[in-house]
Design a protein around this ligand. Structure first.
Ligand SMILES: *Cc1c(COP(=O)(O)O)cnc(C)c1O
Length: 403
């Protein structure tokens, strides 16, 4: 694979003041990547084998090398990765899985889809990750697993959660969908317990041009089962080693194979991932510098001290602000895109009404939903655009719009 120069350093490609700032775009960096993407896609087309075509395996090998995972299983979304991982870990109907009350909906619905029961716990207000003490309080005789989520820029407290899982004989699985590049004492997110996932949804740090995801695990049994599950329950590569089994369905599976064209795109982008992560860090630092003293901006992303070195990666730049909804309307009126991650805590989602939770159960999760907003952050963003977003936020609060 040949190297293609990436987009220029922060600051060089600044647009004139006043342009729109979309929440997400990857048009510029894609122009640089296109020759490599095209070469990979041509290989897929020329080979003429449009499923199990080999590009997925090539990407899996490259991603295994990048993350240090013994096994990478490419699937068609981060959500399917979660469902298949939980099933591969042996989740039985009715088993309880403790998850944070603040996350993307798929964290909890994946447990339901794997026939388990999500049990919610509140988050740490600074990391937005599950609070290990609250997780401990949620353990019952039916608890089978704990599934922390590493949100926005940093990992959950994996030392405390690992201790909890060992003490109570629970499986530790990670919703590391947002966590590519994050490492706990050198170990990549997703590899601290039985396994984890990655999402390659287009906005993610490593984004495809459609849906794709992967399971990461060091456990050969989890890998073998997940590989079978993504392909109708048929023998994966490992089961092929057992003559006579490979053509039989050993477990009811689904069709969730990664698409070869997405693998082609991801292979091209993986070569630039380190650079993209650095660019995100530089842009996040620029936001932090400009927003540090803006009245109305109440919390900037802070790396929480953990017992070991962690490698924060900025997937999302999330701030807590006064008068959040008025601010996002103001930014939208001025052409700046924002997103609310997440507007509703999981325990108050209608699909979980029968679990019996109510408002007030998880105050930190509920507060985060009320006051936080994600600002544009992606490698194509320029410092000039960061300047514009921050100037608009300052102006909003200095004009006395703050409630
Ligand atoms: C994106 C995401 C998912 C789901 O990934 P998809 O590829 O969109 O299915 C799951 N959990 C978290 C925390 C995510 O951010």
């Amino acid at each position: 694979m040949h190297e293609v120069p990436c987009s220029s350093a922060v600051g060089i490609d600044d647009p004139p003041e006043g342009g729109a700032v979309p929440f997400f775009t990857q048009a510029t960096s894609f122009a640089d990547l296109w020759p490599t993407v095209r070469a990979h896609c041509d290989e897929v087309i020329d080979r003429g084998k449009y499923s199990h075509g080999g590009k997925v395996a090539e990407f899996e090998t490259a991603l295994a090398a990048w993350t240090g995972a013994r096994h990478v299983i490419g699937v068609n979304s981060g959500t399917d990765a979660l469902v298949l991982l939980l099933r591969a870990c042996g989740l039985e109907p009715g088993d309880e899985v403790i998850v944070p009350a603040f996350s993307f909906i798929a964290t909890a619905t994946s447990v339901s889809l794997a026939h388990g029961r999500p049990v919610f716990a509140d988050i740490e207000p600074d990391s937005y990750a599950i609070d290990p003490r609250r997780a401990q309080q949620a353990i019952t005789a039916r608890t089978r697993a704990i599934m922390p989520v590493h949100l926005f820029c940093q990992m959950a407290d994996m030392a405390a959660l690992d201790g909890l899982a060992r003490e109570h004989g629970l499986t530790l699985v990670e919703d590391s969908a947002e966590a590519i590049g994050m490492r706990w004492n050198g170990t990549h997110a997703g590899l601290l317990g039985a396994g984890g996932v990655l999402s390659f949804f287009p906005t993610k740090t490593l984004g495809a041009i459609g849906d794709a995801g992967a399971i990461l695990t060091d456990d050969p049994h989890v890998a073998e089962t997940a590989m079978a599950l993504r392909h109708h329950g048929r023998g994966g590569r490992t089961l092929d080693h057992f003559p006579g089994i490979s053509n039989l369905t050993v477990i009811p599976g689904t069709n969730s194979k990664m698409d070869d064209f997405q693998a082609a795109v991801l292979l091209a982008k993986l070569a630039h991932l380190e650079h993209a992560i650095q660019r995100r860090a530089d842009l996040a630092a620029a936001y932090t510098e400009r927003l540090a003293d803006v009245p109305g901006v109440r919390r900037l992303p802070t790396a929480v001290a953990r017992p070991v070195p962690t490698d924060p990666v900025f997937y999302v730049y999330l701030v807590e602000v006064a008068d959040r909804d008025a601010l996002t309307r103001y930014l939208d009126d001025h052409g700046v895109g924002t997103e609310i991650y997440y507007p509703t805590p999981l325990h108050l989602q209608p699909c979980f009404a029968d679990l019996g939770y109510g408002p007030g159960d998880f105050p930190n999760a509920e507060a985060a939903c009320e006051v936080s907003v994600a600002l544009p952050l992606h490698p194509d963003l320029t410092i000039g655009q960061v300047d514009r977003v921050c100037a608009l936020i300052s102006r909003f609060y200095s004009e006395g719009r703050r409630a």
